[in-house]
Design a protein around this ligand. Structure first.
Ligand SMILES: C=C(O[C@@H]1C=C(C(=O)O)C=C[C@H]1O)C(=O)O
Length: 142
C-alpha cells in the first residue's frame, strides 16, 4: 500500500525534525544557562566542629558563586531599566523577593531575610554604579 508507506515516511521525518528542534533548544538552553550543583550536608549528620566547619565552607563556596552571579544579573537590570542604580531602587520588588525567600527559609523568617537581602541588594547596586562610572570614565578618556 503505497499510501501508507508515504504516510509512515512523512511521520518519521516529522519525528526527526522535532528531535532536531528539541536538541537545538537544549543546546541553546545550555549556552544560556550554567548549572551549579551543591551538595548540602544534613545538619543532624554532623558531629564534630571540623565536619561542621567543612560543611559551612562548602555552603559558603556556593553562596559566593551565587552572590557573584546575582550581582552580575542585577547589573543587567540596572542597565536595562530607565533609571538604574540607587536612584531606581524598587522597594516593592525587594519586598516580593524577601517574601518569596521567606517561604524557602522559614527559620530565618522575613525580618532577618529583609536585613540580609538589603545588604546583598545594596552591594549589587554599588558594583553596578562602579562599573557604570568606569565605563563612563573610559569613554571620556578616549
Ligand atoms: C534589580 C533591580 O533593581 C534593584 C535591585 C534589586 C535586586 O538586586 O534584586 C531589586 C530591586 C531594585 O531595588 C530590579 O528593579 O529588579
Amino acid at each position: 500500500m503505497p499510501d501508507q508507506t508515504l504516510q509512515t515516511e512523512t511521520l518519521q521525518t516529522e519525528t526527526f525534525q522535532t528531535d532536531a528542534l528539541r536538541n537545538e533548544a537544549l543546546e541553546n538552553e545550555a549556552l544560556q544557562h550554567e548549572e551549579l550543583r551543591v551538595t548540602i550536608p544534613r545538619p543532624d549528620r554532623l558531629s564534630t566542629v571540623e565536619e561542621a566547619r567543612a560543611a559551612i565552607d562548602g555552603i559558603d563556596a556556593a553562596l559566593a558563586a551565587l552572590l557573584e552571579r546575582r550581582a552580575a544579573v542585577a547589573g543587567v537590570v540596572q542597565r536595562l531599566k530607565p533609571v538604574g542604580g540607587f536612584a531606581g531602587r524598587c522597594p516593592d520588588r525587594e519586598r516580593e523577593i524577601v517574601a518569596a525567600m521567606a517561604e524557602r527559609a522559614p527559620t530565618l523568617g522575613p525580618e532577618r531575610l529583609a536585613r540580609i537581602m538589603n545588604v546583598v541588594i545594596e552591594a549589587g547596586l554599588e558594583v553596578s554604579e562602579r562599573d557604570r562610572k568606569n565605563v563612563q570614565d573610559g569613554s571620556r578618556a578616549r
